[in-house]
Design a protein around this ligand. Structure first.
Ligand SMILES: [Zn+2]
Length: 228
């Protein structure tokens, strides 16, 4: 590989990192499995993931206050029965809770929730998304070996009582006993993906290095989920 090529490859990687500080990870098959487990009987709920979109909101990539959560959820796009999944870098506030152990926040009865990209991309990703969706569907926390346990625990069990609650949610659509929930992923970005003007490149690279630096100092592991 020539030096020019090497530089080009590195720059491409950096641009990719800068424009997608947060990133989307959804395991639709695993979400389908969670929402079709035994407690759903023979009427599973199909989780349908729509087209992802981007919102330019650099100030909301790292959420530290309840007000910022509100700002994010006020960006909801689509009808009332379309759930918006927001992907950001970090969140440390949700409802009345604050703390660096928070990794996701969902409206308790609502159609918006937000998660940290890194956790959506971890071994807990599907559990995290399914848990926050559970809050949207009207489920409170349930301590124990359940999906709605407030901390990530590798459990995805939903009780029959919870499934009965889920079926009452306006998010659950139903035609001829086929049940589904529509979900649109929303990526919060520092820069819109298509940036090509050379004049912006220097600023862009500065953003890249700031970003890399932040990643290092904010690297943390936590397993808490909070409802909004
Ligand atoms: Zn929760």
């Amino acid at each position: 590989m020539t030096l020019e090529k090497s530089i080009a490859v590195i720059m491409t990687l950096l641009i990719s990192a800068a424009s997608q500080a947060a990133y989307i990870t959804i395991n639709e098959a695993e979400l389908d499995r969670i929402y079709s487990q035994d407690s759903f009987g023979d009427l599973p709920i199909d989780i349908r993931i729509g087209q992802p979109s981007e919102i330019l909101a650099p100030n909301l990539l790292d959420i530290t206050t309840r007000e910022e959560v509100r700002q994010l959820f006020n960006m909801h796009s689509g009808g009332f029965n379309i759930v918006n999944f927001y992907f950001i870098d970090t969140i440390s506030a949700c409802g009345s809770s604050t703390g660096t152990n928070i990794v996701g926040c969902g409206e308790y009865f609502g159609n918006d929730f937000v998660v940290e990209s890194r956790f959506a991309d971890s071994g807990y990703g599907s559990e995290l998304l399914a848990h926050e969706l559970g809050h949207n569907l009207g489920l409170p926390h349930l301590n124990g070996a359940f999906l709605m346990n407030p901390s990530l625990n590798n459990r995805t069990l939903l009780t029959e009582a919870e499934v009965a609650q889920i079926r009452q949610s306006p998010l659950v659509q139903n035609v001829d006993n086929t049940y589904w929930i529509d979900i649109n992923p929303v990526l919060i970005v520092r820069e819109l993906t298509k940036v090509s003007e050379p004049a912006t490149f220097v600023l862009f690279m500065l953003a890249v290095f700031t970003l890399l630096c932040r990643c290092k100092v904010s690297n943390k592991y936590a397993f808490s989920l909070e409802r909004y």
